[in-house]
Design a protein around this ligand. Structure first.
Ligand SMILES: C[S@@+](CC[C@H](N)C(=O)[O-])C[C@H]1O[C@@H](n2cnc3c(N)ncnc32)[C@H](O)[C@@H]1O
Length: 243
């Protein structure tokens, strides 16, 4: 009997935002793997650290923080073979994914190598977009609103076109792109309708109207939410959501 590979969504940061299913699998699985940057601890592991025990075997997947994809792809290929040895030996393996597993999650690279060879189960997690919307106090979308997710590394023209075609938008992966994206939103007259959401659900969370942000830079774990729809949500919303 081979083991089962689990892709575990562990939520946006608050350990209480882990699903009961992810918690059960985490507790019952011997081998736990997680992505870890080459210059910092693993965010996914930190979310579930209190649920791990010394008896479990941990496999950090050290991902080079290089914008080029190739070095990381080689790491995932080698890790997939390491995980395959454990699965062949009958051990289940759980791979931790921050937020939701298949929403911009790196688990899909391991899935690509292993899902056709072993039983595999994906456990969805609470995505950072849902957590940011809750923290901002403004629904993601309503009725027939078109909601778009836009990665900040895209060029200005692409971002502008996507925003113009949507009623609601989440701009993710801000990091070093924050000043450029902010300037673009200002130029489009959208700063007033935008919310800045940083490290949502963590102790050092920052959620505020974009126009009130004084810092020049934004960390990787941040996003901007925009709502352009005609719903009368703004009246009666908590103050921080009133742009
Ligand atoms: C590679 S994507 C992973 C998304 C993740 N799988 C999810 O479902 O949320 C990373 C981006 O998610 C967003 N993100 C993840 N966690 C966040 C948090 N706690 N607060 C704000 N943004 C977050 C940021 O925009 C970050 O650049």
């Amino acid at each position: 009997m081979t083991g089962t590979l689990y892709g575990l969504g562990v939520g946006p940061g608050d350990p209480e935002l882990l699903t009961l299913k992810a918690h059960r699998i985490l507790r019952d699985t011997y081998v736990i793997a997680y992505p870890q940057p080459d210059n910092a601890p693993s965010f996914a592991r930190s979310i579930v650290a209190q649920y791990l025990t010394a008896e479990q075997l941990e496999i950090p997947i050290i991902v080079p923080m290089d914008v080029k994809r190739d070095p990381a792809q080689e790491v995932y290929k080698l890790t997939a073979e390491n995980i395959a040895h454990h699965l062949d030996a009958g051990s289940d393996v759980a791979v931790l994914c921050e937020g939701d597993t298949f929403f911009y999650g790196s688990f899909m690279y391991l899935y690509q190598h292993l899902a056709h060879r072993y039983p595999c189960e994906i456990v969805p997690g609470i995505s950072s977009v849902m957590a940011a919307s809750a923290a901002w106090g403004r629904p993601v979308a309503a009725r027939n609103d078109v909601f778009s997710v836009v990665p900040a590394p895209l060029g200005d023209d692409e971002i502008k076109a996507r925003i113009e075609a949507s009623d609601a938008v989440a701009i993710m992966k801000l990091g070093r792109h924050f000043p450029r994206v902010r300037a673009l939103l200002k130029q489009m007259g959208l700063e007033e309708q935008a919310g800045y959401c940083e490290r949502v659900s963590l102790g050092n969370e920052k959620v505020m109207p974009l126009g009130e942000v004084t810092q020049i830079e934004a960390p990787y774990f941040s996003m901007i939410l925009i709502y352009k729809g005609a719903e009368g949500w703004v009246n009666g919303l908590p103050p921080r959501a009133r742009a």
